[in-house]
Design a protein around this ligand. Structure first.
Ligand code: ATP
Ligand code: MG
Length: 283
């Protein structure tokens, strides 16, 4: 039986639960419970604060964890990174007040920088040979300059809206983060085999993101043109219809090309176009 640590509540929880659900793993999680037994795969879910996940996995309290790379890097936990999961994207950046006269990284020499990520920041400052005073705070880092606690901040940025609201500008992005799957080093071969099955499911879900399955009826005479228009995993599936002048075509199309290709297909006579959500691609 594997145990996987996930964020109990917060920004990563919903997408983590839906990744697990798409992989056939469901659990009814009570609002106060710490551990939930899952259906669909021999795994227990351990519900933790995201800060505690790297340590829980390093210690082997959980065999696996789903957590932001930022937390893994900050805690410096001894864990294996198995895969990026394609959600929870953000970066950790240095930001300064708009009127600071900032020109280059030298500006930070002798300055106070507020952050919840002191380890990542001090590693970066050392690399850059900058001597600054790191103020570790846990909440609302973005208001620290306005209330006189610091000259600058080092914090998570996703859209940048919070910085603008607080009169700050991002001057240097230091770490690109997203949710990652981590594992305890040195697990048994048995556990590794189970983990490989899980990774296989996750990989197929991640690979299918942004892809649509499209079906349509097409006049036989337009087939050559349709094959030029359609991308597909190998090549589109072409099936006969009862009416011998028509064909049924099935293809996988990336979301960003979908509407352009559909317009082109309609222009050559495609009808009855169905667009289906692709849940998994098993390679
Ligand atoms: P917990 O109660 O579990 O400690 P938290 O408040 O520390 O939660 P959340 O705000 O839920 O953390 O964020 C969890 C993770 O989501 C972050 O560590 C980061 O990896 C990712 N993330 C993505 N975008 C953002 C964002 N705009 N702000 C904060 N975190 C983000
Ligand atoms: Mg946290």
């Amino acid at each position: 039986m594997l145990r996987i640590a996930i964020q109990a509540k917060g920004r990563l929880n919903e997408k983590t639960m839906s990744l697990l659900a798409n992989a056939g793993i469901t659990a009814s999680v009570g609002s106060r419970s710490l551990i939930a037994h899952a259906k669909g795969f021999p795994v227990d879910l351990l519900l933790l604060r995201d800060d505690d996940i790297p340590q829980a996995v390093a210690m082997g309290t959980a065999d696996l964890g789903i957590v932001g790379l930022n937390e893994v890097e900050e805690k410096g936990a001894d864990v294996e990174q198995l895969m990026k999961l394609g959600f929870g994207a953000c970066r950790i950046s240095l930001a300064v007040p708009r009127e600071s006269g900032y020109k280059s990284l030298d500006w930070f020499n002798g300055k106070k920088i507020a952050t919840s990520y002191p380890a990542i920041l001090s590693r970066f400052l050392n690399e850059q040979n900058i001597k600054a005073d790191i103020q570790t705070i846990t909440g609302s880092v973005e208001i620290a300059p306005a209330i006189g606690m610091s000259d600058a901040i080092f914090d998570i940025v996703s859209s940048g809206g919070t910085l603008v609201q607080n009169g700050l500008v991002e001057v240097k992005s230091v770490l690109d983060s997203e949710a990652v799957l981590i594992a305890t080093p040195g697990l048994s071969e048995e556990k590794k085999a189970e983990i490989n099955k899980l990774c296989f499911r996750f990989r197929s879900i991640i690979d299918s993101r942004g892809l649509k399955y499209v079906l349509m009826n097409l006049p036989k005479a337009s087939l050559e043109q349709a094959l030029q228009i359609l991308p597909a995993m190998k090549s589109p599936t072409v099936l006969p219809l009862a009416d011998s002048d028509w064909l049924s075509i099935h293809a996988v199309i990336p979301e960003n090309l979908l509407w352009e290709r559909i317009e082109q297909l309609k222009a050559i006579g495609a009808e009855g176009i169905l667009v289906l959500v692709l849940e998994n691609i098993v390679r």
